[in-house]
Design a binder for this molecule. Structure first.
Ligand code: UFG
Length: 325
């Protein structure tokens, strides 16, 4: 298939592009390089630089290439930032997604995969969190993804769009060639590894007074390669109907456990300091991924936190300055 990947120069997008190409697909990457990196684009992908708010640039993509499916990664993705800049999230994430959907459907493309988020579940009644859990977005970011999920379900009913919404929990780790490099970096694992590399003095723990065994937040870390595999399976299943899945390993680790595993793997000191809570952080987020396991046979190949952090560490050792080498 020929697949348009928005945000294909970003962290998760680049790993999915790599797997799509390995699987024999053709890929067109559409990216504005706001967070993406040119060096993160697979050499066999065709790259179009552009903004999703530019309808004519988008139209051009669908006119130049016979696109058969769209994977939509390009987005603002930070929970905390969205609390400061709600219009940027609820506005741009939603209107950009709408532009993309309108152009895709106008050009006959009826397969669409959306990067959604665990931030739909701010106050889960049950852990692990299944697809039955009530949706309570935790931030304008989560709300923007929920609005897109709702829009997709209407486009399915009205225009025959077949979509998958994949709600990522905490994507982490790296493939051999592509890893996590944000500016500024806000995510726990790359920050911890930057401390191990000597590029930062310490890691700040955002609160140790949560109702968890060691007082720090618990998250479900999923290897970016396993996440990418779920996209391929979802793509193959789209013609059998639209679907929504929660994606994690079903196991939670506290911030302190992550730091300890990183100390063991790197063998380097990782000083920590406890700071205040970060607004918007729920205490515990763990996914149930039973649905995608049962329906699509998804099976994570790298479920252990050790293998996730090990792969990220190897990538950071090879790319100590990220993509800007
Ligand atoms: N944390 C720290 N110190 C840091 C950075 C993070 O203690 O310097 C903690 C956070 O408080 C949180 C955990 O480490 O408890 C993980 O934080 P991340 O920033 O790595 O990830 P989040 O869980 O906040 O966010 C991720 C994705 C979002 C998604 C969200 C769903 O990055 O896109 O999961 O809840 F929306």
């Amino acid at each position: 298939m020929k697949i348009l990947v928005t945000g294909g120069a970003g962290y998760i997008g680049s790993v999915v592009v790599e797997q799509l190409i390995a699987g024999g697909h053709q890929v067109v990457v559409f990216d504005n390089f706001y967070q993406g990196h040119r060096a993160a684009i697979h050499p066999e992908a065709r790259c179009v630089e552009g903004n999703l708010n530019n309808r004519s640039a988008l139209r051009q993509v669908f006119e130049n290439d016979t696109i058969e499916a769209v994977m939509h990664f390009a987005s603002y993705t930070l929970v905390g930032e969205s609390m400061q800049k709600p219009f940027m999230y609820i506005g741009d994430n939603v209107t950009n997604g709408l532009n993309l959907l309108q152009e895709a459907l106008a050009h006959g493309v009826r397969r669409f995969i959306l990067s959604s988020t665990a931030n739909l579940f701010d106050r889960p009644a049950k852990i692990p969190i299944s697809e039955e859990e009530a949706i309570v977005p935790g931030s304008p970011y989560g709300e923007s993804k929920y609005l897109l999920e709702r829009i997709l379900s209407w486009l399915d009913r009205t225009l025959g769009l077949r979509y998958a919404a994949l709600r990522y929990f905490n994507a982490a780790g790296a493939s051999e060639n592509y890893g996590e490099d944000h500016e500024p970096e806000t995510h726990l694992i790359p920050l911890v590894l930057k401390v191990a590399l000597g590029k930062r003095s310490h890691i700040e723990i955002f609160g140790d007074d949560y109702p968890t065994p060691d007082g720090t937040c618990i998250r479900d870390y999923i290897h970016v390669i396993d996440l990418a595999q779920a996209h391929i399976l979802a793509l193959e299943a789209l013609d059998r109907g639209s679907r929504v899945y929660n994606l994690g390993n079903g196991q939670g680790f506290s911030v302190r456990q992550v730091i300890d595993v990183a100390r063991n793997i790197t063998g380097r000191p990782i000083p920590e300091r406890v700071g205040p809570r970060r607004p918007g952080d729920p205490a515990v987020l763990i996914a149930s991924s039973e649905k995608i396991r049962q329906e699509l046979g998804w099976q994570p190949k790298h479920p252990s936190l050790e293998s996730i952090i090990q792969s990220a560490w190897q990538w950071h050792l090879r790319n100590p300055n990220g993509y800007e080498n």
